[in-house]
Design a protein around this ligand. Structure first.
Ligand SMILES: O=C(O)c1cc(=O)[nH]c(=O)n1[C@@H]1O[C@H](COP(=O)(O)O)[C@@H](O)[C@H]1O
Length: 292
């Protein structure tokens, strides 16, 4: 998929602000128009689409029916569907979540889902098992794109590793020696190590006595050299991440990157041709940044 269609993942997030920007009402009919236009513009050309479940759930059962349609039509158009649901619970409940999204008998079954390991990576075992049984994938949150994630994810364990690194290492174990790539990925935000502004960089320097470059190096010090799974990289575009950030954030694993854009690719809409040409331009940039 990386070679055939490129690494870019098109997020399908029927955001209230985007619906308004497209001249639509923020209701189920508006979300349907938005989501199906994004499917038409993207799913036949990109390798991966990523609907965010919350933007559909907010419309209740009608939103779930719409999500089912987005999933079915995206897969029919040849894209792999990564459903962003960030599920994570005690093992017995996790088994039910896994059944909902990874069992082909479910109308919400997709190719992969995002999962949260903060009840312990071990609590996700039923999802690993069901994914293996049905040839599906998981993306485990390791270092998220939001600034608040750092406090938990970069906390140091007694063995010196960060929490994020220990998650990366545990997921790598699940992939074992899989060739060319295991089915279990991680989520690593493109914004990691970034300062919101020059002012913030100067404030950090004067407050903590360390330069922005040092902060950035510390924040991006993930060892991905043994990681043989796909890496979902949100935080692109609207949150500030650029294709040129990918080598800095991912180092040797840059060619496993799936850079994900949601708001930025919908911005030129609602015209299908405008969305498609924006996606194609970003696809070319991401391909160049991840295949050097
Ligand atoms: O798992 C995700 O996709 C995700 C993880 C993360 O660390 N940060 C993050 O922004 N996301 C999701 O990626 C999308 C980002 O949207 P944009 O900022 O509009 O590109 C949203 O659907 C988020 O929920």
């Amino acid at each position: 998929m990386f070679d055939a269609r490129g690494p870019l993942c098109a997020g399908i997030d029927p955001h209230g602000a985007l619906l308004q920007h497209w001249g639509l009402d923020d209701d189920l009919a508006g979300a349907e128009r938005f989501a199906m236009t994004m499917v038409e513009a993207c799913a036949g050309t990109v390798g991966f689409v990523k609907p965010q479940s919350a933007f559909f759930e907010r419309f209740g059962s009608g939103g779930i029916v719409l999500l089912e349609r987005v999933i079915a039509e995206s897969r029919q158009a040849g894209a792999l569907v990564i459903l962003d649901v960030k599920r994570g619970d005690i093992g017995s409940t996790m088994a039910a979540y896994a059944q909902a999204y990874l069992d082909p008998a479910s109308s919400l079954a997709v190719d992969a889902i995002t999962v949260s390991p903060f009840l312990g990576v071990g609590s996700l075992q039923p999802a690993f098992d069901l994914a293996a049984a049905h040839g599906k994938g998981l993306f485990v949150l390791a270092r998220t794109s939001n600034p608040e994630g750092k406090q938990v994810q970069m906390a140091r364990r007694r063995d010196g590793r960060s929490v994020a690194q220990s998650i990366i290492d545990e997921v790598a174990e699940h992939n074992g020696e899989a060739e060319p790539l295991g089915s279990y990925g991680i989520v690593l935000g493109a914004t990691v190590g970034a300062c919101a502004s020059e002012g913030e960089a100067r404030l950090r320097e004067s407050t903590y006595g360390i330069t922005h470059t040092q902060v950035r190096q510390r924040d991006t010090a993930h060892d991905l050299s043994d990681f043989n799974g796909p890496i979902l990289v949100p935080g692109m575009g609207a949150q500030g991440g650029r294709p040129s950030d990918l080598p800095r954030v991912l180092g040797p694993a840059v060619n496993f990157a799936i850079p994900a854009y949601s708001r930025q690719i919908a911005q030129p809409g609602p015209a299908v041709a405008s969305i498609r040409s924006a996606v194609e331009a970003l696809q070319a940039e991401c391909r160049a940044a991840t295949r050097e």
